[in-house]
Ligand binder design. Structure first.
Ligand code: ADP
Length: 497
């Protein structure tokens, strides 16, 4: 292989290192899971050292497997689980506390207080986000308030805050770079997405010393160079983006109206809205899609809490499946209009229903309902929830497109992809390279080092593996979707989100 880019994809449950060539083809993958820690109800932590070790090992492994030296790598691109919050000592690089993971709910009561004090509108207007424990700001505030001496040390400039990208940049560069990119910054609730600066009012509101914060750079930029002690030779770090934004880039959704949906444990749908930071009336998020040469492109984002997790539950909770892929065979054999709805509201309902008190249900059972119908309903629930998000997005902005690009572990299920196309009434496109997150990071690095002259060059590299066209008659589609909305109405708790 002439040369390659090394993409680091630091995810919630595992770290991956992937080599890409100039055409966006994969030339090697190394992956390592690391432990999850749940010290209390609602708390989720990661050991930063375990994360760093897993990244370090997978990078070395993927190079060794491909018989490459660090000197053969043109650049590093980095993508990461977003919002997860860390503070470390500038002197030693040692974290002062475990990483508080995006899923962690320990700051729920602080968020409730902020809402009651009426800060919602200001935060939404400046950051595009809602007040929620999910985002980094309250996690960082919790650290400063809960750990003895931390605030004083922060004020003295001894400490650094970062999301996982910043921490990895620090470690990769041997402590020379304290930076983040605009997409990761846009998930902290401290970053003003209009001015593209850390927001002084928000820093005051959350009581965060400015001395803690990383410098915010474009997604394709000079992020320093990998210290030679790490992989044996210096390599420029040239691209950084949060995982969902990297996937948007990997799927080449560069025009307003283009959208991608990633179907893993949960689902994240991201719609490019161009220069416009479109505001949602349905509590979807406004976020930075990417920032290149100082120019910001925005996106609207919606998520589904339970997507693949519904299939995991059918497999592990109910024992209806041996493995997730068996869901396809069972669903194919199910009756076409079986009338069964599975509402996987295990942890409440998200957009547009927003009901944290709702709980799941299986409705419409008859004497001839079998395993196949229940499994089909599980797969269909993911499609109906995508339709819910699509409805929000098209109500919020006019320019939703007529295709959806998909990736993630579930999209190997052809039966589900066909139902998704039918339910949305749009073409569902599955790409050839499914490693879209890592690919996006590689593309961003490739832009910086001159592999690509612009986004058009990257868009030309996107190849569809299969397109699913909607074939379901309109009346049937609407009847099925109305059935879903009725089922959802039955599980609501009446508690507002
Ligand atoms: P994550 O990155 O969130 O860990 P992945 O993208 O690896 O998730 O996708 C794994 C999820 O996809 C699991 O929840 C699994 O149940 C589901 N899944 C995998 N294969 C299939 C399939 N063929 N049909 C339906 N669901 C599947």
């Amino acid at each position: 292989m002439a040369s390659c880019i090394l993409a680091i994809d630091q995810g919630t449950t595992s770290s991956r290192a992937i080599l890409f060539d100039r055409h966006g083809q994969v030339h090697g993958v190394a992956q390592e899971a690391f432990p999850q820690s749940f010290p209390r109800d609602g708390w989720v932590e990661h050991d930063p050292e375990a994360i760093w070790q897993s990244v370090h090992r997978t990078c070395r492994q993927v190079l060794a497997d491909a018989s490459l030296q660090a000197g053969d790598v043109v650049a590093v691109g980095l993508t990461n689980q977003r919002e997860t919050t860390l503070v470390w000592e500038r002197d030693s690089g040692r974290p002062v506390y475990p990483a508080i993971v995006w899923q962690d709910r320990r700051t729920a009561s602080l968020c409730q207080t902020l809402k009651e004090q009426g800060h919602d509108a200001r935060i939404r207007e400046r950051t595009g986000l809602l007040i929620d424990p999910y985002f980094s700001a309250t996690k960082l505030a919790w650290l400063l308030d809960s750990i003895d001496g931390l605030r004083e040390r922060a004020e003295r400039g001894e400490l650094a805050f970062g999301t996982i990208d910043s921490f990895l940049l620090w470690r990769l560069t041997g402590g020379r770079v304290h930076a983040t990119d605009a997409t990761n910054a846009s998930r902290t609730a401290l970053f003003n997405i209009h001015t593209q600066q850390w927001d002084d009012d928000l820093l005051a509101l959350f009581d965060i010393p400015r001395a803690l914060l990383p410098e915010v750079r474009d997604c394709s930029a000079d992020f320093g160079s990998v210290d030679p002690t790490v992989l044996g030779a210096p390599i420029p770090i040239a691209g950084v983006a949060g995982d969902q934004q990297a996937a948007l880039v990997g799927q080449a959704c560069f025009s307003p109206g283009m959208a991608k949906s990633t179907y893993g444990t949960g689902c994240f749908m991201v719609l490019n809205t161009g220069d416009t930071p479109a505001v949602s009336r349905n509590q979807l998020l406004t976020t930075v899609a990417y920032r290149l040469e100082g120019k910001t492109t925005y996106a609207m984002e919606g998520s589904i809490f339970v997507a693949g997790a519904a299939i995991q539950w059918l497999r592990d909770g109910l024992g209806l499946l041996r493995e997730a892929a068996d869901s396809e065979t069972l669903a194919r054999a199910a009756r076409a209009e079986h009338g069964v709805y599975l509402v996987p509201a295990f942890t409440g309902l998200g957009a547009p229903h927003w009901d944290p008190g709702a709980r799941g249900a299986i409705l419409g059972l008859t004497r001839d309902t079998g395993i196949g119908e229940i499994v089909a309903a599980g797969l269909q629930s993911v499609c109906y929830q995508t339709r819910d998000l699509q409805a929000c997005m098209s109500a919020d902005i006019a320019t939703t497109g007529d295709t959806l690009r998909v990736d993630g572990g579930m999209v190997g299920n052809d039966w589900m992809m066909q139902f998704l196309a039918d339910m949305l009434g749009v073409t569902v496109e599955r790409p050839h390279v499914l490693e879209t997150t890592a690919l996006g990071a590689a593309y961003l690095a490739g832009l910086q080092v001159g592999w690509y002259q612009g986004l058009d060059d990257i868009a030309r590299l996107w190849h569809g593996e299969r397109r699913f066209q909607p074939t379901m008659p309109e009346a049937q589609r609407e009847r099925l979707y109305r059935g879903w909305l009725d089922a959802v109405a039955r599980v609501k708790s009446g508690e507002a989100g």
